[in-house]
Write a new protein. Structure first.
Length: 188
């Protein structure tokens, strides 16, 4: 039986159908393998502070997990090694919510301590370091806590206005302030 109030957050599915899920309040990574069909902690004892966005490398050997508020953790699925994604001092990996792997880079929605934006982080050949960063969208007037997205055919679609500040412990607050959800797209 699973503990209560885990706060399952984001997920990624590999080509075999195995599912990896970030569990924010538990600071953990859960998974469900196709073979067992059982939801369980991927590596009991592994703690990922503020586990949020998650992406799988193109070769499916590495997971990238946004560890809110300060970075990205890389997990080698074969060896089990866990380490922070290295980056130049002038590149911020802070406050990443949605995270996606695309053509040797990470697409990230950053919505916390940096100006709300969508950024692309180009990785080195070993996939363990950010080589350069590019802001794809920033300061859009539709932004109201942008969050999750999806990649399809070289285009990134994402929620521009999740309006998360209108959600509290008892559900929606400030219902009169809610606006229709805006989905934006970026050609990559």
């Amino acid at each position: 039986m699973l503990p209560e109030d885990l706060l399952f957050n984001d997920l990624v599915v590999n080509s075999k159908g195995d599912v990896f899920i970030t569990v924010t309040r538990a600071r953990a990574l859960y998974w469900m393998s196709v073979k067992s069909g059982k939801l369980e902690e991927w590596r009991p004892g592994l703690r990922l502070r503020g586990a949020n966005g998650i992406a799988l490398s193109g070769d499916e050997n590495r997971l990238f997990v946004a560890t809110f508020p300060d970075g990205v953790t890389t997990i080698d699925l074969e060896s089990g090694s866990v380490r922070p994604l290295a980056r130049p001092a002038n590149v911020s990996l802070a406050a990443i919510d949605g995270l996606y792997f695309h053509n040797h880079s990470l697409i990230a929605i950053q919505n916390g301590c940096v100006a709300h934006r969508v950024a692309r982080f180009y990785l080195n050949a070993a996939l363990d370091r950010v080589e350069k960063a590019k802001v794809l969208e920033r300061g859009n007037p539709l932004f109201d806590v942008p969050t999750t997205g999806a990649l399809a055919g070289g285009t990134f679609y994402y929620i521009a206005n999740s309006q998360l500040h209108n959600y509290g412990a008892k559900g929606v607050v400030g219902r009169a302030k809610l606006r229709p959800v805006s989905i934006l797209k970026l050609k990559l």
